[in-house]
Design a protein around this ligand. Structure first.
Ligand SMILES: O=C(O)CCC(=O)C(=O)O
Ligand SMILES: [Fe+2]
Length: 240
């Protein structure tokens, strides 16, 4: 617009570096996790959402095509950390560029991880608050470093915590290890518990409400007996 003065950024006292840092902060954290066409209904498939990359991606032949669940494009900024969580599908995590540290915990160590849903409440796994999370010190950590070209197999239910040590591009592939009908049909992220597990958890909630009808001393006694019954009937016999 002729004659009109447009606002010019005031740069007095600000170096070019400072200004650039303001526009493109180096410590900015970002994370791309690709989604399906309709994120609520469709699963991510990098071959569909990024057709230009299709030819560059060759899925390792570890499973049959009908077991395929999703393939997710992941881009992370340096320093980005993903909290400890589990997914319900088998997973190949492929590092394309950059470096990542992955810490894994066995599903058997779930009792030490202070879970809320699929996530651990212990966010700082390198310097945990042991006053708040005393059992965490019992969790055995398995650590590895992924560099460009590395592929990590993360079995279903194994907990993982990921730090991108550099800007990183990766792809992961989830596939079904159990028969298809065991999984929740509404799951788009690969992290909804198998339907039998969710149903059992609901029934347990009902059992707990029923136990609450008893006075504390009785409730405690019958709750302990139920724990023993669960251990006897449902724990795997080949522990460790
Ligand atoms: O590497 C990442 O950014 C996250 C990996 C992850 O959680 C997964 O593949 O399930
Ligand atoms: Fe994951």
């Amino acid at each position: 617009m002729a004659g009109q003065h447009l606002p010019v950024p005031r740069l007095e006292g600000v170096s070019r570096e400072q200004f650039m840092q303001h526009l493109y902060p180096q410590d900015e954290k970002y994370y791309l996790r690709s989604l399906g066409e309709d994120p609520r209904k469709d699963v991510a498939d990098i071959r569909k959402q990024f057709p230009l990359l299709k030819g560059d991606i060759k899925f390792p032949e570890f499973f049959k095509e009908e077991q395929f669940f999703s393939s997710v494009f992941r881009i992370s900024s340096p320093g980005l950390q993903l909290w400890t969580h589990y997914d319900v599908m088998d997973n190949l995590l492929i590092q394309v560029t950059g470096k990542k540290r992955v810490v894994l915990f066995s599903p058997r160590d779930a009792q030490y991880l202070y879970l809320k849903g699929t996530k651990s409440e212990v966010l700082n796994i390198d310097n945990p608050d042991l006053a708040k999370y005393p059992l965490f010190s019992k969790a055995r950590r398995y650590e590895c470093s992924l560099e460009a070209g590395d592929v990590l197999f993360i079995p279903a239910l194994w907990f993982h915590n990921v730090i991108s040590e550099e800007f990183g591009v990766g792809v992961n592939i989830f596939w079904k290890h159990l028969p298809s009908e065991c999984y929740d049909k509404t799951d788009t992220y690969g992290n909804k518990d198998p339907t039998a597990a969710s149903r059992a958890a609901q029934i347990l909630d009902r059992a707990l409400k029923t136990l609450a009808e008893l006075p504390e001393e009785y409730r405690d006694f019958y709750a302990r007996r139920m724990v023993l019954h669960i251990q006897d009937k449902a724990y795997s016999k080949n522990s460790e």
